[in-house]
Design a binder for this molecule. Structure first.
Ligand SMILES: *[C@@H]1O[C@H](CO)[C@@H](O)[C@H](O)[C@H]1NC(C)=O
Ligand SMILES: *[C@@H]1O[C@H](CO)[C@@H](O)[C@H](O)[C@H]1NC(C)=O
Length: 320
């Protein structure tokens, strides 16, 4: 009897260990700690569900049934619902303002990659703060500053989070076109001058500005207009429906189930490139979830397939 118990316990340990070990290394890798034992238990369960989801998805990928892979990344302790709620903070109507419209040049090349032209700076990490809109804004401004002035200085998201209160709500969300308006009026410090903190704070902007912005330009809500803008102007700020990207790893995201609805756009990002890979047209999107998410911080998503709302909100700044 005693032997049997020991044997059963050993068996249990062997089967339970990998999941526990995986969980322990996940927590260590991503610096996770939880408020209580109950929360830790709940998170462990969610984590296991996500591991299962990733394994199932990647087996389908191996079988040629999916176009992209998933990974057990730092968001693997969140349910899809929690992840969506984290994204969806302020997706209300865009404030009324006079907008300049992009004029199509119809001279965009077949493929373009602004990273090769040194107009895209390093991927940043917004942390658990709904400031995606500020990162999309700085990304577009950094791009124009590199293209027009050959200046590659990272710009301050924290200033937008803390100071741009006319239209935007810091960690509770915001919008890129109105953020360009803020920069037109108040300028923008560098990342070094006003570093990122991932939480709302008091405005501490220093005088002076790295960039002088003349206007924000709205691009017609089609993927062909977006291609024209990315192909001829530079990286473009866009909004997407980002819920399905929680566990994205690599490959061209192409799923007809991804919503293409203006009312569901919940994440601001930056289109930096487009092209064709093995016959599939794609966009390359710079995200602000750190380099340890997706393809070194980037998402590759199918183009001209109305994927996840890409092309429904497109904007860029014009420097003075
Ligand atoms: C841009 O800046 C880099 C580094 O400062 C310099 O080496 C390069 O010559 C500049 N290019 C132009 C076109 O001015
Ligand atoms: C494209 O083709 C190359 C070479 O055959 C292959 O390595 C790569 O995985 C393919 N990419 C996709 C997205 O199918």
């Amino acid at each position: 009897m005693k032997l049997f118990i020991i044997f059963a316990a050993a068996l249990l340990a062997v089967t339970a260990l990998p999941a526990q070990q995986h969980w322990t290394s996940f927590k260590a890798k991503h610096g996770k700690s939880y408020a209580s034992l109950e929360e830790e238990r709940a998170r462990f369960q969610i984590f296991q569900d996500n591991v299962q989801k990733v394994n199932t998805h990647n087996a389908r990928y191996e079988a040629g049934l999916e176009t992209y892979t998933m990974a057990v990344n730092k968001f693997a302790d969140l349910t899809p619902k929690e992840f969506g709620a984290m994204l969806r903070r302020n997706n209300g109507p865009i404030p009324r303002m006079t907008l300049t419209s992009h004029v199509q040049s119809d001279t965009a090349p077949e493929a373009m990659d602004w990273r090769e032209r040194k107009a895209v700076l390093a991927v940043k990490d917004q942390g658990y703060c709904g400031s995606c809109w500020a990162f999309s804004t700085t990304g577009a401004l950094e791009g124009q500053n590199a293209i027009k002035n050959n200046v590659t200085v990272p710009l301050s998201e924290q200033q937008l989070v803390d100071c741009d209160k006319e239209y935007n709500e810091g960690c509770n969300g915001g919008d890129m076109l109105t953020a360009f308006e803020y920069v037109i009026k108040h300028g923008l410090n560098s990342e070094d001058e006003y570093p990122y903190e991932a939480e709302d704070g008091k405005c501490r902007a220093k005088s002076g500005s790295v960039v002088q912005v003349k206007e924000g330009v709205s691009v017609e809500a089609t993927e062909s207009a977006l291609r024209d803008a990315v192909g001829t102007v530079g990286p473009v700020s866009i909004a997407i429906y980002a819920d399905p990207f929680q566990l994205y790893n690599d490959g061209i995201f192409d799923k007809t189930t991804c919503y293409n609805d203006r009312d569901l756009l919940d994440h601001g990002v930056l289109v930096v490139a487009y092209g064709t890979e093995n016959g599939t047209q794609y966009w390359d999107v710079k995200n602000s979830w750190g380099e340890d998410w997706g393809m070194n911080g980037y998402l590759r998503v199918a183009r001209n397939k109305k994927m996840c709302g890409i092309g429904l909100y497109n904007a860029y700044p014009v420097l003075a």
